[in-house]
Design a protein. Structure first.
Lengths: 611, 206
């Protein structure tokens, strides 16, 4: 294997060709022995370093035990860059020392500063936040896999993609007139203005109104319109419009630019823009008339997600889309098995990662059922057994903790649920707290959602004023340590459990905050947005946490896909090996873990976990 | 060795007032030049130079920013007959340096620094074959043999050992990655330089 200075990765690919040549011509190579001091705290550095081989630790000199883990700020391995901050700031805040023999490329400080002055993008890279770096990585990933257009296309905003001008008529326009306008404008639907409200009339509405409901041709078009429209903002991602359409089984959404109507987005246009299979699966689900049809659609979803990820789609979009599809599949299966009149008197909940809408591969079924107090349904247990079995056949594995409707413990009447929830809230028992945590992520997916809101209200009431509760509830945050150093012994590094060390602390901490502030949303990303809106958390910190979660989820998904393909053992599905990552991924992971650590310490303080 | 000393003494005398007199001064600095040449043959009497690369070493740093990397034309072998056979004309080799200029650059680059390399005596023998007729002297510089340094270091720890001295083996044992393309003169020169720095500074290779 031969080594040359790699210009194809950020930040060096941001340089112009002339700047790259200048850089190459000025590089030196340095050799450092084991435990050698490279840069001392408080001193300037003559170079910015890029590790060619070896490992270097960045240490906090104020904690003087060199081998104490706490003093290690960061570690650097092959292709990692360090010293840039020192060169920017003039002196180094920390000490850099080799962990093993190290060979590094040396970029003269003066040259580095000149490059930063000359090249804005290069400069910005070193002043970037995690969010911005992640974006860079994403665009690069999609360039590698699909020639560069996918990210642009997923990032497409409604405004500049397929926005259609809406045909708008005022109230009082006759049905006859409206039909003629529609034909003239070659439109499939129109919007009508009734006061300050907008309604939508489609060709089907017209046809049914006139033929089935005996609406006269001279009648007001407004009477045919439907007014509960789904809307998106013009600067929203087109992808969100697609998710919305998938979730609500609709063909069009209305687009607003602030308070002003901007137009329409039609499903057919979105589909031709995306030409992805996602909606095809959505349609399969809707049209499925038997469980067999549904099973076929369910099996497609994994492939869809793999495809989307490979094309560089942001993991959050993939999660949203999958949650929408899974939600439809589960609801549809429920509808197939439970008769309509029973469904009106019960409510199916999905919980855990499904409830949060954060799964990317099919994870364990986590669901529960609330029955109305006066419901008589002797078939209940048998039907629920069958429901669980059906989902298993669809490819949703059984929940190991038996948190499923096939377990009578999770099928209760409304009053029983309320009692149970109150009991969980007043207990400090670990198992009960865990059950509560699972329930906090629940959302209603089929049946009568009112049953669920009533139980949830009981939850909020039971917790009102009970601050001690949170100090128990948030306790699991301290259960797993978050490693900041990946390469204890670089060569035999086993990888880090990214689920326990990184993802869980964010999800659980945000869950506790959401519960405390009665935020009803279950998705962690949305919860973070709400927390920022309510000024419980600084917007920037919330954004960074969301990005950290996305980064770690993406890395975990990569690993899970590998496990599924048999490239790594199944039990290693959550282990991310930092040494095998490319330097930018590693850099992102490093920053993400630092954020997790900071978040944990803030949570410890907030919920008084240090006892 | 004795021959070289006598030869150098004579050369110094004849070059006393010449352009290259400084080459014969004793070296006082702390730099070493790593040298590697690509050649057409393994026979030092027949080999022709294809490329010459050299890089300076200062302390534990390999100054890749201060290097010489020259690809050569071969006008001697480029006769009318070979043009007919290879269909290579002089213009096709434009961009390559003329040997005389290249050697002058090399002498200028090396100065009176010690020269270090892997089986360096072979490279120097070939270089001298071309330098002597043009400049009237042979390279007077002190030479350092990488494989010898390696052997000494290993044997100082364990005199019984007879280590394998293949280039790839040294690189692996010393944990030094191959930099640049293997068998490109500049790549080998830089790798050799790194191995040398590693040998001086690092622990005994095992």
């Amino acid at each position: 294997m031969s080594h040359e200075f790699d210009l194809s990765h950020p930040p060096f690919d941001l340089l112009t060709q002339a700047q790259q040549q200048q850089l190459l011509s000025r590089l030196d190579i340095g050799y450092f022995g084991q435990d050698e001091l490279i840069m001392e705290a408080g001193h300037a550095s003559d170079y910015v370093f890029v590790v060619l081989k070896g490992a270097v630790a960045e240490l906090d000199p104020t904690t003087d035990e060199r081998h104490n883990d706490d003093s290690v700020i960061r570690e650097y391995a092959q292709d990692d860059l360090f010293g840039a901050i020192t060169v920017i700031n003039g002196t180094s805040r920390y000490t850099f020392r080799t962990l093993e023999e190290t060979i590094a490329w040396l970029i003269p400080s003066a040259l580095f500063r000149t490059l930063m002055e000359e090249n804005e993008a290069f400069d910005a890279y070193f002043r970037n936040t995690l969010t911005q770096k992640a974006r860079l990585l994403e665009s690069r990933r999609s360039q590698q896999t699909s020639g560069g257009d996918m990210s642009a296309f997923v990032m497409a905003q409604v405004r500049d993609s397929v926005l259609r001008e809406a045909v708008i008529l005022d109230s009082g326009t006759t049905v006859f007139e409206a039909t003629r306008t529609m034909r003239e404008q070659d439109a499939d639907c129109l919007l009508v203005r009734k006061g300050s409200q907008f309604g939508m009339v489609t060709r089907t509405d017209l046809l049914e109104g006139v033929v089935l409901h005996d609406h006269g041709l001279e009648g007001d078009i407004c009477d045919l319109a439907s007014y509960n429209l789904l809307t998106v903002q013009a600067d929203d991602f087109l992808f969100n419009a697609l998710v919305l359409m998938t979730r609500y089984k609709i063909q069009r959404v209305v687009v607003f630019d602030g308070p002003k109507l901007a137009g329409l987005v039609e499903l057919t246009d979105v589909l031709s823009f995306f030409s992805s299979q996602s909606h095809v699966i959505g349609l399969q689900i809707e049209r499925a008339s038997s469980l067999e049809d549904l099973a076929r659609a369910a099996k497609e979803t994994s492939r869809l997600i793999k495809g989307l990820m490979a094309q560089g789609v942001k993991i959050r979009f993939a999660m949203d889309l999958l949650a929408a599809l899974n939600g439809r599949i589960i609801a549809k299966a429920f509808e197939q098995l439970v008769p309509e009149e029973v469904r009106q008197q019960c409510c199916l909940l999905v919980m855990g990662s499904e409830g949060r809408g954060e799964q990317v591969l099919k994870t364990d079924q986590d669901n529960a059922l609330i029955l109305a107090d006066d419901l008589k349904w002797p078939e209940c247990e048998r039907t629920m057994q069958k429901f669980t079995q059906t989902l298993l056949d669809f490819g949703y594995p059984l929940c190991k903790g038996k948190i499923m409707v096939s377990n009578p413990e999770w099928v209760m009447t409304e009053s029983q649920w309320k009692k149970k929830v109150a009991e969980w809230c007043s207990s400090t028992d670990g198992t009960k707290q865990m059950k509560l945590a699972i329930f906090v992520d629940a959302h209603a997916i089929s049946g009568n959602a009112k049953l669920f809101t009533q139980v949830r209200d009981t939850l909020y009431q039971s917790l009102a004023g009970n601050d001690v509760f949170y100090s128990y509830f948030a306790m699991p945050l301290r259960q797993f340590s978050t490693p900041l150093t990946f390469f204890g012994g670089l060569k035999k590094s086993e990888g880090i459990d990214i689920k326990k060390g990184g993802i869980f602390p964010i999800v659980h901490g945000v869950r506790a905050l959401a519960l405390q502030n009665r935020i009803k949303e279950t998705n962690t990303f949305v919860r973070l947005e709400k927390l920022a809106e309510q000024k419980i958390m600084k917007k920037k910190f919330a954004d960074d946490l969301a990005e950290a979660l996305a980064v770690m989820s993406t890395l975990r998904l990569d690993q899970q896909l590998k496990a599924e393909a048999g490239e790594v053992p199944k039990e290693d599905a959550d282990l991310v090996n930092a040494v095998e990552l490319n330097s930018l991924d590693r850099d992102l992971l490093r920053e993400a873990l630092h954020l997790v650590k900071e978040f944990k310490s803030r949570m410890s303080h907030r919920f008084h976990l240090e006892r | 060795m004795v021959l070289k000393t006598i030869r150098t003494a004579t050369d110094r005398w004849t070059q006393k007032k010449g352009e290259f007199a400084h080459l014969f001064e004793p070296y006082e600095g702390d730099e070493v030049v790593a040298l590697d040449c690509e050649m057409t043959s393994l026979d030092p009497e027949k080999a022709e130079l294809v490329s010459i690369a050299a890089v300076k070493i200062k302390g534990t740093q390999v100054l890749t920013s201060d290097k010489l990397d020259i690809k050569l034309q071969k006008p001697e072998s480029l006769t009318g007959d070979s043009i007919k056979i290879h269909r290579i004309r002089g213009v096709d080799l434009l961009g390559g340096e003329v040997l005389g200029d290249a050697l002058a650059q090399l002498l200028d680059f090396i100065g009176n620094r010690p020269i270090m390399g892997y089986y360096i005596s072979y490279d120097i023998a070939v270089l001298n074959r071309f330098i002597r007729p043009r400049f009237g002297f042979s390279l007077p510089n002190k030479t350092i043999e990488l494989s010898q340094c390696y052997l000494e270091k290993v044997q100082r720890a364990n005199p019984e050992l007879l280590p394998d001295l293949k280039f790839e083996t040294l690189s692996e044992k010393l944990g030094v990655p191959m930099v640049g393309q293997r068998h490109s003169a500049i790549g080998d020169a830089v790798t050799t330089a790194l191995m040398y720095v590693r040998l001086l500074k690092g622990p005994v290779p095992v």
